[in-house]
Ligand binder design. Structure first.
Ligand code: PLP
Length: 386
């Protein structure tokens, strides 16, 4: 039986940290792909060579937006998760008695990678974030020692929107031990945050579906000369770093999105949306703001005393407004990691909702959603009092 999903016409999508709507501009890429770019990039005849050249062009486009065209290499992967796994499991050369440093609120694709190593007997030092999810360069400096092989601290936290100063963290890591490799997960930050000094960043990972391109494509930026081995072996694509025929459509779409955002000051456009929404809901009694005041512009994590996050999510859904509780990747797993790691107060521990914006959201949508959230919270509290 055929099923279809109906998204109401007037719906508001505020879950852009989970995934984003593909750009209309990608239509041109789809047409080109269907018209001839579907050839296997590894074959030796001219049309395939042309495809490989386009992939290499896409690589340069992605690196340019990162600021690493001459300092880093780009390898395409299937997603941000694959990039993180490759770096953690196949990056730094680890000798006996070496240790790892990892942020205490990394995305599960990083955290679980280090837990795998821990289960094999590795010494992993977890750096505790502050109450908003931020990790300081000082805390990282303290954790790194002469035996640290790899330190992983993300750029923008997907749960709270906390921005880590990865330039300062990289400098702290290298200042303590120049041999330690530094990996920053850039999935939430790439194309949303302004470029930073990347001179001390050995590995950085990005994902196309977070920036209005497709699911199924990601990339690793690895500093020239930094050790990295493939996680997937086989045909030797991507210079032997990632076997498997490349997802040409996904890669070219990713590059098109990067070009598009080259002309958009995302940080400038997102910050007022977040500020406007926060200003409108701040007056609600018992609000608890998990996100830091200086967080990134596209994520706002809040809770309302005594209001369950999942109930609020579904009430908002009823009004055609899509938000999330915690991160979409972990929302089916029960108790929120955010609540545990950030030691949220009892009354709000089950109440966090993540509202995440894109540059395509409007002030009108912000107003409508803020009004709806107010109504929902009031309604729940009235029922509770009865
Ligand atoms: N890292 C962060 C910070 C993320 O937010 C996500 C996805 O939510 C990932 C990694 C994983 O990316 P992907 O969905 O492409 O595997």
């Amino acid at each position: 039986m055929e099923t279809s999903i109906i998204i109401p016409m007037q719906s508001i999508y505020f879950d852009n940290a989970a995934t984003t709507r593909p750009l209309n501009e990608l239509d041109e890429v789809y047409a080109e792909y269907a018209g001839g770019l579907w050839q296997n990039p590894s074959a030796l005849y001219a049309p395939s060579v042309a495809v490989q050249m386009r992939i290499d062009g896409a690589r340069r486009t992605l690196l340019r937006a990162f600021g690493g065209e001459s300092t880093h290499k780009c390898f395409f992967t299937s997603c941000g998760t694959e990039g993180a796994n490759t770096i953690i499991l196949r990056g730094a050369r680890v000798k006996k008695n070496m240790n790892y440093v990892c942020g205490g609120l990394e995305h599960p694709c990083v955290e679980e990678g280090f837990k795998l190593l821990e289960a094999q007997g590795a010494d992993v030092r977890w750096v505790k974030p502050d109450r908003h999810g931020r990790i300081s360069a000082d805390a990282v400096r303290e954790a790194v020692d002469e035996n640290t092989a790899l330190a992983a601290i993300m750029h923008v936290n997907n749960e709270t929107g906390a921005k880590n100063d990865i330039a300062a963290i990289g400098a702290a890591v290298k200042g303590k031990n120049p041999q330690t490799l530094y990996y920053a997960d850039g999935v939430q930050a790439y194309l949303r945050e302004k470029r930073v000094d990347i001179s001390n960043i050995d590995y950085y990972t990005v994902s196309a579906h977070k920036v209005h391109a497709h699911k199924g494509t990601g990339a690793i930026f690895a500093k020239n000369g930094t050790p990295l081995k493939p996680l997937l072996v086989g045909g030797g694509q991507e210079g032997g770093m990632r076997s498997g025929t490349q997802d040409v459509l996904g890669i070219l779409s990713f590059a098109r999105a990067v070009e598009y955002f080259g002309g958009v000051d995302a940080e400038e456009r997102l910050a007022p949306l977040r500020a406007g929404f926060l200003a409108a809901v701040e007056e609600i009694e018992g609000i608890y703001v998990v996100s830091p005041p200086d967080g990134c512009g596209h994520i706002l994590n809040i809770a309302f005393e005594g209001v369950n996050g999942e109930t609020l999510l579904h009430a908002m859904e009823g009004a055609g407004i899509y938000i999330s509780t915690g991160s979409a990747c972990s929302s089916k797993k029960g108790k929120s990691r955010v609540a545990k790691t950030l030691a949220l107060p009892e009354g709000v521990a089950n109440g966090t909702v993540r509202i995440s914006f894109s540059v395509f959201n409007t002030e009108e949508e912000i107003g409508r959603a803020a009004e709806e959230i107010k109504k929902c919270v009031e309604r729940f509290r009235k029922y509770k009092r009865k």
